[in-house]
Design a protein around this ligand. Structure first.
Ligand code: K1U
Ligand code: ZN
Length: 167
């Protein structure tokens, strides 16, 4: 297994639109293992392949308290999103140390492939629904910061660039 490098905002590669996985093969399964290890090592609850500079539609999520209930979504598609929304505090492993409030659908229904390449669907609410929407956005080349005001975006970019120079 391997720890992967997580791209830092405002790296332009975070704005790449991910392509569908054509076949769930050993390379994709290895990517999933490495993404899961990387997410857990970074204490995250989700990770999209875009964030590790792989532009294919793969997401891993673990919102369990024990950090032992990995959920894998290949070629995820949001097939239903509730009109009812909620405001929640979000963070992002690509924007470390920055947290802000984003409005998301309260409930979602997602269709995806599992690690065996079989189609399944799940309904989600709460933190899982928020995390799914955050990760699906990454696959579209969208970062949660994009929902914030232009002023906040500018401040976050400045902070991140200063940090990158100090490293
Ligand atoms: O995609 C990512 O960068 C992972 C991100 C997922 C996420 C967290 C919170 C709301 C929506 C999506 C993180 O895991 S950020 C770090 C984190 O562990 C966390 C932050 C806030 C609440 C819960 C967890
Ligand atoms: Zn993120």
């Amino acid at each position: 297994m391997a720890l992967l490098n997580i791209l830092r905002y405002p790296d332009p590669r975070l704005y790449t639109v991910a392509q569908p996985v054509a076949e769930v093969d050993t390379r994709i399964r290895q990517l999933i293992r490495d993404m899961a290890e990387t997410m857990h090592a970074a204490s995250g609850i989700g990770l999209a392949a875009t964030q590790v500079n792989v532009h294919q539609r793969v997401i891993v999520i673990d919102v369990s308290e024990t950090r032992s209930q990995l959920q894998v979504f290949i070629n995820p598609e949001l097939i239903e999103t509730s009109e009812q929304t909620r405001l929640s505090e979000e963070g992002c492993l690509s924007v470390p140390g920055i947290y802000d409030t984003v409005e998301r659908s309260e409930r979602v229904r997602l269709r995806a492939l599992n690690e065996e390449g079989k189609t399944f669907e799940i309904s989600a609410d709460g933190l899982l629904a928020v995390c799914i929407q955050h990760e699906v956005d990454h696959l579209k080349g969208k970062v949660f910061v994009d929902y914030l005001s232009a002023l906040k975006q500018m401040r976050i970019k400045t902070k991140m660039k200063k940090r990158a120079h100090a490293r």
